[in-house]
Design a protein around this ligand. Structure first.
Ligand SMILES: [Mg+2]
Length: 189
């Protein structure tokens, strides 16, 4: 007899978009090189994007004012995430929780998920992720992770070059580790 792990739709898993599902950085680098072919940039390895592009703080208007559709809609999903999100939705209730600075980028976040067949039950756009309700949240932001932890909520850190380990927060480097950690946390619920 095949052992089927229990479906737990009573458990809500929150999941971020950029840096977790969507590889926005690789798309930004590609679009930047297209419009500034001779403008040598550094690979993005930190949270403050203005440090890696020669146009410095103007990178924010480059992203959000001029090329948001091109950057966000053409960004690839991180490897394995589409299948992972399908698995997650079969077992749990999945809420997308993303922080976007304007209605246009919020719209592109939602459209991008649909375009890439990434499933979810509900969609929330907020910079106050720590005040929403969920059982576990999957996050990459070095700003958001400590705030969520401080609220006493369970957060899983996706390891990226722009975030550091935080005591008491589990870190995962790939889908296998992510699934393992979720199953482990859920067992206690
Ligand atoms: Mg993120």
């Amino acid at each position: 007899m095949t052992y089927i792990r229990k479906i737990r739709k009573d458990i809500v898993i929150g999941c971020d978009v950029d840096g977790v599902n969507r590889n926005f950085i690789s798309s930004l680098e590609q679009v930047y090189d297209k419009y500034y072919p001779n403008n040598d940039r550094q690979p993005v390895t930190g949270w403050d994007l203005s440090l890696f592009f020669p146009i410095k703080k103007r990178i924010w208007e480059f992203i959000y004012k001029h090329y948001s559709e091109e950057i966000f809609m053409n960004a690839p999903p991180y490897k394995g995430m589409v299948n992972f999100m399908h698995w997650l939705n079969k077992k749990f209730t999945v809420h997308i929780i993303t922080a976007q600075p304007d209605p246009k980028s919020e719209k592109y976040a939602k459209q991008w998920l649909i375009k890439n067949n990434i499933e979810f039950k509900d969609f929330y756009c907020t910079f106050q992720k720590e005040s929403l309700s969920y059982d576990i949240i999957i996050e990459d932001s070095p700003i958001m992770i400590p705030r969520i932890k401080k609220e006493g909520k369970k957060v899983i850190r996706i390891v990226r070059p722009w975030n550091d380990p935080i005591e008491g927060v589990p870190s995962v480097r790939n889908i296998k580790e992510l699934k393992f950690k979720i199953n482990e946390l859920v067992k206690e619920m």
